[in-house]
Design a binder for this molecule. Structure first.
Ligand code: ZN
Length: 218
């Protein structure tokens, strides 16, 4: 069944862009929302916007730059050296506290304004680097809180929740957009589009998944 309208939380990276195409397959009308939260690489927002333009998806950008002034992390503060690996018993300093909490709350208000109940986010707990706000229990919990907060029946979809990076590439291929995702999205923490710098944690994860997928597809 193809449902009516949905709103995608889009960052311009591999996961959320793949989720955008997943949404286009499952919903008649798809909208997107992106957030500027003080991230070092504004290119990801430009990519999100240009993807929406090409795909005829109405796009809204919201400024949440207060997030970067609340707590320090290496994605918004250039003076902090980025953790290359997930440290034992701690979160990597690429964790932006509250990010998905704020993103989903703001997205929900925007969705309600548009008469939308279905919200899509590309979070995944399989390759989640230990980020607590990418886990299924957090998504279920905020879904209930948002419904109670606005007396509204939101449904937060997480098509990538149980997929690892290889399976996310397989999904992009199945949706017929492997090359768009590969060359027109930005996942790299060093701000390099497509295959990226190759050595930051995000690139390593993305590349390992792609190599495995291409190998198995042969
Ligand atoms: Zn990189």
């Amino acid at each position: 069944m193809i449902a009516d309208k949905a709103l995608v939380v889009l960052s311009g990276g591999q996961d959320s862009s793949t989720s955008l195409f997943w949404a286009k397959k499952h919903f008649k009308e798809v909208y997107a929302i992106s957030f500027s939260y003080g991230q070092k690489h504004v290119l990801e927002l430009e990519l999100a916007e240009s993807l929406c333009k090409t795909e005829n998806v109405p796009f809204k950008k919201i400024d949440l730059s207060f997030i970067s002034s609340l707590a320090s992390n290496s994605l918004t503060d250039s003076s902090i050296h980025m953790d290359e690996e997930v440290p034992d018993k701690a979160l990597p300093n690429t964790f932006v506290p509250g990010r998905n909490l704020f993103f989903l709350s703001v997205a929900a208000v925007h969705a309600r304004e548009l008469g939308i109940k279905d919200i899509i986010t590309g979070v995944s707990q399989t390759d989640f680097s230990g980020y607590p706000d990418c886990r299924d229990n957090f998504i279920k919990s905020i879904n209930i809180s948002l419904n109670l907060a606005m007396d509204y029946e939101f449904y937060i979809h997480t098509p990538l929740m149980r997929l690892d990076k290889e399976q996310t590439w397989a999904l992009a291929d199945e949706l017929g957009v492997l090359d768009i995702i590969r060359y027109k999205t930005l996942t790299c923490y060093n701000g390099i589009i497509g295959d990226g710098c190759g050595h930051c944690p995000a690139c390593k994860l993305r590349k390992r998944g792609l190599d495995r997928y291409l190998e198995h597809r042969k």
